[in-house]
Design a protein around this ligand. Structure first.
Ligand SMILES: [Mn+2]
Length: 329
C-alpha cells in the first residue's frame, strides 16, 4: 500500500509546481507508457491550468508504436521542463530513462517496482513486491481522488497490469493486484478494447510463427527445443524488427529448455535467446558471451562452431540433470 507520508509529500509537490514532467524508460512497454499516460490524464483533469507533459514521446521508434497511446512527434519545450516537478516511472536506472532531460527538472520523484539501485531523486516510492508500476499508480490515484480516475485512466492502468503480469500468470501477482483490477473494472475499464490493442496480430506475424515452428527441432527425450532463424526471414515475412521468437517454443509439454538463434542486423551478429521451465540456464548463456536471469538469458555466437557447441552443452546438461542418458545423445 502507498504510505500516507509518501502520498502527502507527493500531493504537496504536485500542488507546488505549475509544470509537471513525466519520464518513462527506453523501449517503453505498456507498463511504462500506461503509468505515464494514466498519471498525465488524471493530473490534467484535476489541474487543468498546469502544464502536464510526458517527455520523450517523439523518440519512440515508429515500428514499436501502438495506436493505444497518442504519441506526438513534437517534443516538449525545454523551458517547460526547467522548473518543473519530474516524475520517473518504471525504472530505477538513470541510464535507462528515455531522455536525459529529466536532469533539467527542479525536483524529481521516482515510482518503481524494480529492485532499488541508488537514490537519485528527491522523493521515491520503490517497492519490488509490486508486479507492475501501473498497480502502484492505480493505488496512488484511487487513494488520492477516486472520482478523478476516468475510464481512459483505468484503461491505461489495466493495460500495464495485464502485460507486466503476463495476463496474471506470473507468481508476482498479489492479492491486491486483483483488488485494484476489480476497482478499475468498477470504474468502467474497457477490457476488450485494451486486450485488442495489446494482443491483435498481423497475418504476417502468424505466418512468421508458422515458419518458426516448421524450422524448430524438438528433442522430447531430453526436453530440448531449438530453432535457427534464417537471415532473410524477417524481410520475407515483413517483420519490422529482430525478434528472437523464443516464446513460440514456450509452454510445450516435456520441453524443459528452449532456445532460438537469430541474426541481429543492428549488432551485425548472431545472437540467441535461451529459456527454461525450471532448471537454471544462465551459466550456459554466460559461457557464450551472454547472461541474464536464471530461467531467461541471452547469448552471442562469435564463431560458427558455437551453434553446435551450445546445443551440445545443453544436451549434456539436461542429460546430467535427468541422469537417464546412456551413451549417445
Ligand atoms: Mn514494469
Amino acid at each position: 500500500m502507498v504510505s500516507k507520508e509518501f502520498l502527502k509529500t507527493f500531493i504537496k509537490k504536485i500542488k507546488k509546481y505549475k509544470n509537471i514532467s513525466i519520464f518513462f524508460h527506453e523501449l517503453p512497454d505498456f507498463d511504462a507508457l500506461g503509468s505515464s499516460f494514466a498519471l498525465q490524464n488524471f493530473l490534467m483533469k484535476k489541474y487543468p491550468k498546469k502544464a502536464i507533459n510526458i517527455v520523450g514521446l517523439s523518440l519512440i521508434k515508429k515500428q514499436s508504436r501502438n495506436s493505444f497511446f497518442s504519441l506526438k512527434n513534437k517534443e516538449v519545450d525545454d523551458n517547460e521542463i526547467k522548473n518543473s516537478f519530474g516524475i520517473i516511472l518504471d525504472t530505477p536506472i538513470k541510464e535507462r530513462i528515455a531522455t536525459v532531460k529529466y536532469q533539467l527538472c527542479h525536483e524529481l520523484c521516482l515510482i518503481d517496482h524494480h529492485p532499488k539501485i541508488k537514490t537519485f531523486t528527491n522523493i521515491e516510492w520503490i517497492d519490488e513486491k509490486y508486479p507492475a508500476a501501473c498497480q502502484m499508480i492505480a493505488e496512488l490515484l484511487l487513494k488520492w481522488d477516486r472520482k478523478n480516475v476516468s475510464i481512459l485512466v483505468s484503461n491505461y492502468l489495466y493495460a500495464g497490469i495485464v502485460t507486466d503480469t503476463n495476463r496474471f500468470l506470473y507468481p508476482a501477482v498479489l492479492p491486491s493486484t486483483y483488488q485494484i483490477v476489480s476497482e478499475l473494472v468498477k470504474i468502467g475499464c474497457q477490457r476488450q478494447k485494451v486486450h485488442q490493442a495489446i494482443y491483435t496480430k498481423e497475418v504476417n506475424d502468424l505466418l512468421f510463427q508458422k515458419y518458426v515452428i516448421k524450422k524448430a527441432h524438438f528433442n522430447q527425450k531430453l526436453g530440448l527445443a531449438w530453432v535457427k532463424l534464417g537471415k532473410k526471414c524477417y524481410h520475407r515475412y515483413k517483420i519490422k524488427y529482430c525478434n528472437s521468437m523464443v516464446n513460440t517454443l514456450a509452454n510445450i509439454n516435456k520441453i524443459k529448455v528452449w532456445l532460438s538463434f537469430y541474426y541481429d542486423f543492428d549488432a551485425k551478429q548472431w545472437k540467441g535467446s535461451l529459456r527454461s521451465a525450471s532448471l537454471p540456464i544462465n551459466h550456459i548463456a554466460k559461457k557464450y558471451h551472454g547472461g541474464g536471469h536464471k530461467l531467461a538469458a541471452g547469448f552471442k555466437i562469435l564463431k560458427h562452431c558455437e551453434f553446435k557447441k551450445i546445443l551440445n552443452d545443453l544436451k549434456k546438461y539436461l542429460c546430467e540433470k535427468e541422469n537417464f542418458c546412456h551413451g549417445a545423445i
